[in-house]
Write a protein that binds this ligand. Structure first.
Ligand SMILES: [Zn+2]
Ligand SMILES: [Zn+2]
Length: 389
């Protein structure tokens, strides 16, 4: 048994040095108390401070929080209670399922290794996984399974750029990234299209940098409506590379246009609340048309940021025109999302028409370069992975 411990420890250390691993807190939004884990393929061993347990294929193991410790059992017997356990695959290709029981949550499937311990009054479930497999999972969660491989490569570069730029975000909590929107949505292994993992492997290590060779803000959105937005018009800070560019690729895609109707009184009150004397105005005066993306909705000579209109009425985008139809305010818009950076539907179309991922990145991010992360300011050979043993 001792020899197996040593073997597995060495295996984990060696593989960490060769393939870059990242630690991701799973179900970071849930107050996990009990989960059920099942090896899906490969061979797993539970490593504890005083012994190991080899798992058989499809064996069901319950892992529960008991006070500040982790209790492990199967259907038949109680294995023990420890402060921390690792569930380690014998190769880098092993796959395991987690099914949250308390609280109840649908099963998800993960590559490679898991670590469990108690912190923040909950069971922490950490996936220690090759960064490219993590990136593939993120790309699948963010963009679906039916795009062209060159699109997936572009999206992989953005996901990797973001991950490395935020690698210390949860350092104080003991892991690199969480699996929520706060970091990047990660729902486990990419399994719906083999091109996704292929795209991340073929671009392994590549990230996007600006003119100062710093990692870019890797912004993207569903559809820009034909023109992307300046970052400075949407957020507090602008960036030289996040500037508005025309985009003919997304115009006939599903997210290209939308329409909503809003009661006139509600629209009027919105204007009054922003200092516009709309109580005395004819509804026709609310009309506004924009040939291109505008920073302001202008009414009665006054200006309201289009982003403010978007937020208040929960519109799909801040790129719209206004008129009055059937005694309602009709808002007709273009695009879906904030409009900054890469337009996913446009990028998908570029890829289908034979453009490369480099061309896609260069189209949506002006003046950037693609490089290996070891050439970036602040990074050397090894990513500063939060140490989990
Ligand atoms: Zn996070
Ligand atoms: Zn677009």
């Amino acid at each position: 048994m001792k020899r197996i411990v040593l073997f597995l420890t060495v295996l984990v250390l060696v593989s960490a040095a060769v393939a870059q691993k990242i630690s991701v807190s799973l179900h970071n939004e849930l107050n996990l108390q009990t989960v059920l884990i099942t090896p899906v393929s490969g061979h797993y061993t539970i490593i504890t401070e005083d012994g190991n347990f080899a798992l058989s294929p499809n064996q069901i193991i319950y892992i529960s929080r008991v006070g500040d410790s982790v209790r492990v059992r199967d259907m038949a017997s109680h294995f023990g209670t420890w402060k921390r356990i690792s569930i380690v695959g014998h190769t880098d290709n092993d796959v395991i399922r987690i099914n949250s029981i308390v609280p109840s949550f649908p099963a998800r499937i993960y590559d490679e290794n898991l670590v469990f311990y108690v912190d923040f009054n909950r069971l922490m479930a950490i996936n220690i996984v090759d960064i490219d497999k993590y990136i593939a999972g993120v790309v699948e969660a963010e963009s679906g399974p039916s795009a062209h491989i060159e699109f997936y490569k572009a999206q992989a570069l953005l996901a990797r750029t973001y991950a490395l730029g935020h690698i210390d975000r949860h350092k104080g909590e003991g892991f690199n990234l969480c699996d929520q929107v706060h970091c990047q949505v990660y729902k486990g292994r990419a399994s719906r299209n083999p091109d996704i993992l292929k795209a991340t492997k073929e671009t392994s290590g590549q990230i996007v940098v600006d003119g100062n060779r710093d990692l870019i803000v890797a912004a993207f959105h569903a559809n820009c409506g034909g023109q992307t937005a300046n970052a400075g018009d949407v957020w507090v800070t602008s960036q030289d590379y996040l500037v508005s560019v025309p985009d003919s690729y997304c115009r006939n895609m599903p997210g290209a246009s939308w329409e909503v109707r809003i009661p006139i009184d509600r629209w009027r009150q919105f204007l009054i609340d922003r200092g516009i004397p709309a109580q005395d105005m004819e509804p026709s005066q609310f009309a506004y048309s924009s040939k291109e993306r505008e920073y302001y909705y202008v009414v009665a000579g006054k200006k309201i940021p289009t982003t403010d209109v978007r937020t208040f009425f929960n519109l799909r985008s801040a790129y719209f025109s206004v008129d009055i139809v059937s005694n309602m305010v009709r808002v007709r818009g273009r695009g879906y999302g904030h409009g900054v950076g890469l337009c996913q539907e446009g990028a998908m179309q570029m890829a289908r028409r034979g453009r490369t991922y480099q061309e896609i990145i260069q189209h949506y991010f002006q003046g950037v370069s693609i490089t290996h992360y070891t050439d970036v300011n602040g990074f050397d050979e090894d990513i500063n992975i939060v140490d989990i043993d």
